[in-house]
Design a protein around this ligand. Structure first.
Ligand SMILES: [Zn+2]
Length: 49
């Protein structure tokens, strides 16, 4: 599932990006498709090393 990152202002795939997804916020694609993505924030600092 993809989410819209408010830090990068772009989409991330949650499988490959550590971070937080806001369950109540949505970003609605404004290109006319009407697809909704959850809003989130990636957190590269939290990635396992
Ligand atoms: Zn991000």
């Amino acid at each position: 599932m993809y989410y819209y990152c408010i830090v990068c202002q772009g989409l991330h795939d949650e499988r490959y990006t550590a971070g937080k997804i806001f369950k109540k916020g949505y970003f609605i694609d404004d290109t006319g498709t009407g697809i909704k993505f959850h809003l989130g924030m990636c957190d590269p600092v939290a990635w396992p090393r």
